[in-house]
Design a binder for this molecule. Structure first.
Ligand code: DOR
Length: 449
């Protein structure tokens, strides 16, 4: 087995309570030691931060069905390039991931791609249609921990209640796309003075908040687990904060675009800024930042939503919603939140890795970085400045709203179960991966046999 020691790195490991200088030795798929020793091949990591690999609770990999926009191979390459070692792809594929067959297909493709552990999210309802429940039990039996119709809200309170009740049997999580659809019919941007000026139909913030309030009440009443995806309004942050105080079993996430960008960008009608939920006001952005700072929002998730240019580069009304996220999330967190004084570096790693892994019962990810733990790691240069260039992203799509933005923090190495998926800033060809057990072993995915 190969033995490598990264020397002189700044280890930031919230789960292990470590934030200081150390050498990290990796032997085969596991961490062999963290301390002063140097064994095996020496890799100079002076100036680099060594953290648990990042964990994304919310990505769209588009396969099966929309391989023109992304595949599991290109999506997991983008993830590795962004420092991720685990990603949770959403169920809105074609066919929809609403039964165990699609879950197993996604797992197989992910294992072949070999660049990330993949934890598929199952649909809540068959075909995302909002009516009949999907095969939640059969999907739970092959390891699915979270169910979501993301992109499509579960409109019926009765269906949502039943889904929460059913998921509770496996202590699984429901993540409902929060949007009260009668308030958002035809909506194209945040509802505000600006939407009136631009002549675009608006999504009122209450549409999100009504749904979140409903789901928190339902989950609280049942003692079931609920996750609030892509929080975008001040009111939602407040609702989650209050629910946590009441003891509701809720976790929540925010995306880099919702803590960075405001609705003003819509003024140029560039569809790269069209997203669901929409970009909101500066006050909402501030509230989302505060929610991340005080832990109301547990995780930073990307909502990586690739769209082929033929689709995305249309007039505003026709363009689909969504933005890329996997390759810019770490640097946006450092540039916007750590430099902005809202998060310490350790808190940033917690939001990007440790808390998301814990919120979804993912073991072997998110740290601790200690002897015997799976070597799922990212090493990044926190001082490296770079400019986002869509042309060099690893995603198959190009729809990043951050093109041209100067950011701080660049991934140098990503290791998945001890194998480099990124080395010296370049993606490693999977043919050269030494360990092909990329998708986590069954017992680490909580598979019920
Ligand atoms: O902007 C979005 N795009 N929001 C969603 O909820 C779905 C996603 C997609 O699938 O493109």
């Amino acid at each position: 087995m190969s033995v490598i020691t990264f020397t002189g790195c700044h280890v930031v490991d919230p789960a292990g309570g470590r934030d200081g200088m150390a050498n990290v030795t990796v032997e085969g798929p596991r961490v062999a030691a963290v301390g002063e020793q140097v064994e095996g091949t020496r890799v100079d990591a002076a100036g680099l931060v060594c953290a648990p690999g990042l964990v994304d609770l919310h990505a769209h990999l588009r396969e099966p069905g929309r391989e023109d926009a992304e595949t599991i191979t290109t999506g997991s390459a983008a993830a590795a390039a962004g420092g991720y070692t685990a990603i949770c792809p959403m169920a809105n594929t074609d066919p929809v991931c609403d039964h165990a067959g699609v879950v197993e297909q996604v797992l197989r493709l992910a294992r072949d791609a070999g660049r990330c552990d993949v934890y598929p999210v199952g649909a809540v309802t068959r075909g995302l249609a909002g009516g009949e429940l999907a095969e939640i039990g059969a999907m739970a039996a092959v390891g699915v921990r979270c169910f979501s119709d993301d992109g499509m809200p579960v409109q019926s309170a009765r269906v949502m209640r039943r889904a929460l009740e059913y998921a509770r049997t496996w202590d699984a999580i429901i993540a409902n796309h929060a949007e009260e659809a009668t308030l958002t019919e035809g909506a194209e941007m945040n509802e505000s003075d600006l939407s009136a000026v631009l002549g675009l139909h608006g999504w009122p913030h209450e549409a999100e908040e009504i749904m979140v309030a409903r789901d928190l009440l339902l989950a609280g009443g049942l003692g079931a687990r609920v996750h609030i995806p892509h929080v975008s309004t001040r009111g939602t942050v407040d609702l989650v904060r209050q629910a946590k105080i009441r003891g509701v079993r809720v976790t929540a996430e925010a995306t880099p675009h919702h803590f960075t960008l405001t609705e003003d960008l819509v003024s140029g009608y560039d569809p790269v800024y069209k997203v669901n939920p929409p970009l909101r006001t500066a006050g909402d952005v501030q509230a989302v930042r505060e929610g991340l700072a005080d832990g109301t929002l547990d995780a930073i998730a990307t909502d990586h939503a690739p769209h082929a240019s033929e689709q995305k580069d249309q007039e505003w009304p026709q363009a689909p919603c969504g933005m890329l996220g996997l390759e810019t999330a770490l640097a946006l967190t450092l540039t916007e939140l750590v430099d902005g004084g809202l998060l310490s570096l350790s808190d940033a790693i917690n939001r990007l890795s440790t808390a998301p892994a814990r919120s979804r019962d993912i073991t072997g990810q998110g740290g601790p970085i200690q002897t015997g733990a799976p070597a799922n790691l990212v090493l990044f240069d926190p001082e490296a400045r770079w400019t986002v260039d869509p042309a060099v992203l690893h995603s198959r799509s190009r729809n990043t709203p951050f093109a041209g933005r100067r950011l701080r923090g660049r991934v140098v190495h990503t290791l998945l179960h001890g194998a480099f998926t990124v080395r010296e800033g370049s993606l490693v060809d999977p043919l050269f991966l030494t360990d092909r057990s990329a998708t986590a072993p069954a017992e680490e995915r909580g598979v019920i046999s």
